[in-house]
Design a protein around this ligand. Structure first.
Ligand code: PMP
Length: 397
């Protein structure tokens, strides 16, 4: 292509449109962390923006496991799992995930995003139907689109609408797959799993639940939403990530031996990519060991969530909806994207890091707070006091 081509000038126009809508984003450099206190571009802040829910990303047990794995096996896996990239530590991690989740087998991917893309596109195609919660994470949405299946969204968290759609459409398709987040990543509420499981059974539909935010946080021992709802394991598909409460990087699928064997043969995002690195694999394995050995971390996280939720409830009664679970994602509403940015800036000036979440990520702008087991009561009090000052000085949205 000739130098000076105009083929890319549309990019600048598109960026300008994004900026005008207050949707423009750019990552900020964290100069110290991870942990409940970070340094962001030179400013010390209490961190309410981390997915490191149990504080394991900086835990000595994980760091030692990762550095030992690098010393023994080097920094890269050097090949795809089916060629030269498969190691004993991958087997160990997959067995540990399956044992922890109570499933027959598990498979690890390079990220949770890729686990969803690979699984959905392997399970369904053009002749099939996907029914998806309208608030699902981008990885489920993209996976559904890429699969070529007919995709119908059902109203958020609404089993009745899902059932109606299944009655109307199920018989016209070969296979059917229901997709839902376990803990919804921007709202912090839970999918109605006790209803979804029997609906899937009744309509002989597959069910995939993405427990990215439930893994390590939900249920008495942190195994996820299934444990929270005290449901038996069943044959539905559990997807999750190693990169949030487990403090590492990667994704997993847990389910039956047949499912995992099929994915090894059909999931393109697993087959045609390099195996998870030695350090990430060892860190995730160490995290699962630690959570099982010291379940008090999960209890501490749930205690902190409760403490912040009660504080927020007292503060902003009219516009704060508290989810009925103990999920570690809470938020307060903003009037519009500009107001969300203003609130985030106010808090930042008060030493608190809580991101503004705006469209197109969510339909309504908000300030979102991720809770960590390593937050002290003082950290949470400082957030509540700063929000209180904000509401005293501004009229709430
Ligand atoms: N699913 C959900 C619900 C998520 O929130 C995320 C991460 N934001 C992912 C999947 C992707 O996980 P990963 O970061 O491991 O790619």
């Amino acid at each position: 292509m000739a130098i000076g081509s105009t083929a890319y000038t549309w990019l600048e126009d598109a960026l300008e449109t994004i900026q005008r809508a207050h949707w423009y984003r750019h990552p900020q450099i964290i100069t110290q962390g991870p942990g409940p206190k970070i340094e962001l571009e030179g400013q010390r802040l209490i961190n309410f923006a981390s997915n490191d829910y149990l504080g394991l990303a900086s835990h000595p047990h994980l760091k030692t496991a990762a550095t030992k794995a690098i010393a023994e096996w080097g920094t890269g896996s050097t090949g795809s799992r089916l060629l030269s990239g498969h190691r004993q530590f991958h087997e160990q991690l997959e067995q540990a995930i399956a044992q922890w989740k109570g499933t027959e087998a598990a498979l690890v991917f390079s990220s949770g995003y890729l686990a969803n893309l690979g699984t959905i596109t392997a399970l369904v195609g053009k002749r099939d139907l996907i029914l998806a919660d309208e608030y699902n994470h981008s990885s489920l949405k993209r996976g559904a689109q890429l699969s070529g299946a007919k995709v119908i969204n059902y109203d958020h968290g609404c089993p009745e609408v899902l059932t109606d759609l299944l009655v109307q459409h199920r018989d016209h398709h070969r296979r059917c797959l229901i997709l839902s987040d376990g803990v919804f990543s921007m709202d912090g509420d839970l999918c109605p799993l006790p209803q979804l499981v029997p609906i899937a059974e009744r309509f002989e539909s597959m069910l995939l639940v993405d427990d990215a935010h439930g893994t390590g946080t939900m249920g008495k021992t942190g195994t996820g939403c299934r444990e929270h709802f005290q449901l038996p394991v069943g044959d539905w598909i559990q997807v999750g990530t190693l990169s949030k409460a487990l403090g590492s990087l990667g994704g997993y699928v847990a389910g039956s031996t047949a499912l995992i064997d099929f994915l090894r043969n059909r999931a393109a995002t697993w087959i045609y990519t390099t195996g998870l690195s030695p350090a990430d694999t060892a860190a995730a394995l160490a995290a699962i060991e630690l959570i099982q050995r010291e379940p008090e971390r999960v209890a501490q996280l749930q205690h902190n969530v409760d403490y912040l939720a009660k504080g927020l409830e007292r503060l902003v009664k009219s516009n704060f909806r508290r989810s009925p679970s103990n999920a570690p994602i809470l938020w307060v509403g903003a009037a519009n994207p500009a107001n969300a940015l203003e609130m985030a800036k106010y808090l930042r000036d008060q030493g608190i890091f809580a991101p503004a979440i705006r469209p197109p990520t969510v339909p309504h702008s908000r300030l979102r707070f991720s809770v960590m087991a390593t937050h002290s009561p003082g950290h949470i009090d400082q957030l509540l006091e700063a929000l209180n000052r904000y509401y005293l000085h501004q009229s709430p949205p």
